[in-house]
Design a binder for this molecule. Structure first.
Ligand code: ADP
Ligand code: ZN
Length: 614
């Protein structure tokens, strides 16, 4: 790859100029300027910023302004090619070293680095541990180390990579090279852990707001999940790209097939697929418009596709941190997006059981239990979801107007008596604890249903039989779910049968009240759409502008295909929308559009003007 000349005289290129010339952006986002100035001056930094907040520029610009090559450590080998392609499209001299390169290709990259002809070099952490790589870095000029996805150093997090632990030694070997660690995962505990493990205690810490106002958070009671999902996609996101997360490989396959049967382009992604299918499905998701990926959580870290319009969870995530990372993959472009989760009784039973039977010591299980409790509290809250999410990350917010509880506040009702009825049924069944009595059987007893199981165990004779006519079966399931969520009921690890907890006694003795959440009516679609729009405020395109935008998109598709890169590497939707509205007639005017930097102007400017010419 020939080195572009663009950045050759970069002495005069301060940060703002690089932002405009290379990236084509007019202004820094919140926090970016301070971080960039600090690192340009040689300072160490620990950056916590939500997904889509704009972390990449925080090390890319310092790497361009400082002398030498910025070395980026990232665990995402499969995405390095795309990251490098996106930078090259901007005229930045970027490359990567990882196991996908053959010997000769590696030699070329190494030589380019040694010659000082690289602005950015991407490395996997295991690569950096090799003595040969360290010698290579010694032989060149390193401008900075950027440690991306820094939460991978956290041993208790969901993305732990042992090779990240060795990054603590960077400072000893290269004491004069500034380090910047970045992550979107940031509970106070993870934050502290990253700082200690990467030896960044003395670094300056930058914590951005974790709010993602353009994402609409919704958590719905799980009823018929497939039908609910299909309705969401059909009525709110037809033709949109999105991610559907499921817990198991089997459900991934099932849901992907179901969506495909219903005319949606859906592809599966999980660790059980062979590497080639996985790579191909990921590549289609990135390169084609409107693909839905159905995946286990193994999918998505570092996916910088800006126009993911929805993230749907069909199973309960194991922690709020995980949930926030996954939902954060929606709407990086700032346009309205949906985070939708279907959640039910069975999720709680399944996850509690999984934790109880998981490997690891008690402390580990307790930690997992606490993670789940926070996730359940988020699901059962009667308050703004966003306020609750931000509070989890130690930040304050006000009721947002763009989440389900803000739009249709659930009522709270006194569930003490209902709780007592459920708990006393569980207590009476406890004598037969070797039997498998699930929540369904308990609800049948309360409703006085003469099922075969009721007959078999003579449960008609229980004093609680038929005492629950005041609630429907669905409402009783809601009561059981909320008791489980709050630890007033437990799941026995062996059978998955329900059991009392220490706290249950307080309720049975009437020493504790149990306020419950009543599921509200479904929010009308129009109301959801209005809230989404006012939160993200995208300019409504006129009819003509829409037509132009579609033409530009078609041009972009063809261009991207020709160059073998994802469409967003050519231009973002946001940039095309702005062009379709402003209709620039000169290169100079086109160059002022957000997202049009010098290199793209030189490369595509004339083609765009031709396409716009009447
Ligand atoms: P993160 O790594 O924090 O998830 P990215 O660095 O991928 O986020 O940035 C998210 C999106 O925002 C990208 O599409 C990027 O081009 C865009 N972006 C970043 N900084 C700016 C800025 N100052 N002005 C306009 N767009 C920006
Ligand atoms: Zn809200």
């Amino acid at each position: 790859m020939a080195a572009p000349e663009l950045l050759s005289d970069r002495e005069d290129g301060d940060a703002s100029q690089v932002l405009r010339r290379i990236f084509g952006y007019d202004e820094f986002r919140e926090g970016q300027r301070e971080i960039i100035e600090h690192v340009v001056a040689g300072g160490d930094a620990l950056v916590l910023m939500p997904t889509g907040g704009g972390k990449s520029l925080c090390y890319q610009i310092p790497a361009l302004v400082r002398k030498g090559t910025g070395v980026v450590i990232s665990p995402l080998i499969a995405l390095m090619q795309d990251q490098v392609d996106a930078l090259r499209a901007l005229g930045v001299r970027a490359d990567f070293l990882n196991s996908t390169l053959d010997f000769d290709e590696q030699r070329v990259v190494e030589a380019t680095f040694r010659a000082g002809e690289l602005d950015l070099l991407y490395l996997a952490p295991e690569r950096l541990r090799l003595e040969s790589t360290q010698k290579l870095l010694d032989a060149g000029d390193v401008a900075l180390f950027a440690i991306d996805e820094a939460h991978c150093v956290s041993q208790w997090g969901h993305d732990f990579r042992p090779d990240y632990l060795a990054l603590s030694a960077l400072h000893e070997r290269w004491p004069d090279v500034p380090r910047i660690a970045l992550t979107a995962t940031a509970t106070p505990a993870t934050h502290a852990e990253i700082a200690t493990r990467l030896r960044l205690e003395d670094a300056r810490h930058f914590v951005a707001s974790f709010d993602r106002p353009n994402i609409q958070y919704r958590i719905a009671p799980k009823d018929e999940p497939k039908r609910q999902l299909l309705e969401l996609l059909r009525s709110e996101h037809p033709g949109d790209a999105g991610i559907v997360y499921c817990l198991s490989r089997a459900s991934v396959e099932k849901i992907a097939a179901f969506l495909a049967d219903n005319g949606i382009t859906a592809l599966p992604y999980h660790a059980g697929l062979d590497a080639r299918t996985r790579t191909a499905n990921q590549a289609r998701f990135l390169r084609e418009d409107g693909i839905v990926i159905v995946a286990t959580i193994a999918f998505g870290m570092g996916i910088d596709k800006p126009d993911v319009r929805f993230v749907a969870h069909l199973d309960l995530p194991k922690s709020v941190e995980g949930y926030y990372q996954e939902t954060g993959r929606a709407g990086r472009d700032g346009l309205p997006s949906t985070a939708w989760l279907a959640y039910g009784l069975q999720d709680v039973v399944q996850l509690r059981k999984m934790i109880d039977t998981s490997e690891g010591d008690d402390a580990h299980r307790r930690r997992q239990g606490r993670h789940l409790d926070s996730m359940l509290a988020l699901c059962e809250t009667v308050e703004c979801r966003r306020v609750q999410l931000l509070a989890y990350f130690g930040q304050e917010g006000k009721a947002c107007g763009n989440c389900d509880t803000c739009l249709t506040p659930p009522e709270s009702w006194d569930g003490t008596v209902a709780a007592q009825k459920v708990l006393s049924t569980v207590f009476r069944l406890d004598r037969e604890r070797h039997q498998r009595f699930g929540a369904g059987h308990i609800v049948d007893i309360l409703l006085g249903k003469k099922t075969p199981k009721v007959a078999q165990f003579d449960h008609e004779t229980l004093s609680v039989f038929g005492v629950g006519a005041e609630l429907s079966a669905a409402e009783w399931r809601g009561v059981v779910r909320q008791l489980l969520a709050r630890g007033l009921l437990a799941v026995q690890p062996d059978h998955g049968t329900l059991a009392l907890t220490e706290a249950s006694a307080d309720v049975l003795r009437r020493e504790r009240e149990v306020p419950m959440r009543r599921e509200p009516e479904r929010t009308p679609k129009a109301k959801l759409a209005r809230a989404a729009k006012s939160a993200a405020a995208p300019a409504e395109l006129s009819e003509e502008a829409t037509a132009t935008f579609e033409e530009l998109r078609a041009w972009r598709s063809a261009t991207a295909k020709e160059q073998g890169v994802p469409p967003y590497v050519v231009f973002h939707d946001k940039t095309l929308r702005e062009i379709a509205t402003l209709l620039p007639s000169t290169l100079e005017a086109l160059g002022t559009v957000n997202g049009v930097g010098e290199n793209k102007l030189a490369k595509y400017g004339q083609q765009i003007l031709d396409a716009l010419a009447p």
